[in-house]
Design a protein. Structure first.
Length: 85
């Protein structure tokens, strides 16, 4: 199943909100993820769960290169569509 950048962004917002225990409406997709106090193990879990949800493999290093939900959604979407990131 192909997921759009918007689909990925929405999924990430919901997941970050759940992990940070805040309402999804308070998660800003352009804000640095460090502001949500996710530790490294939570971030690895997020990356693995995203891969499962996407039903596709991607280079998880993309998540370490990006610092916002917008950046991650864009990079992952491009990678899944064969666009160099």
């Amino acid at each position: 199943m192909t997921r759009s950048e918007e689909d990925i962004r929405a999924w990430l917002i919901q997941d970050v909100a759940r992990r940070a225990q805040v309402p999804a409406e308070s998660v800003k997709s352009g804000e640095d993820l460090s502001s949500y106090a996710l530790d490294s193990s939570e971030f690895v879990e997020l990356a693995l769960e995203l891969e499962l949800w996407l039903e596709a493999e991607y280079d998880m290093a993309l998540l370490w290169d990006e610092h916002t939900i917008d950046g991650i959604a864009s990079a992952v979407c491009k990678a899944l569509n064969g666009v160099p990131v």
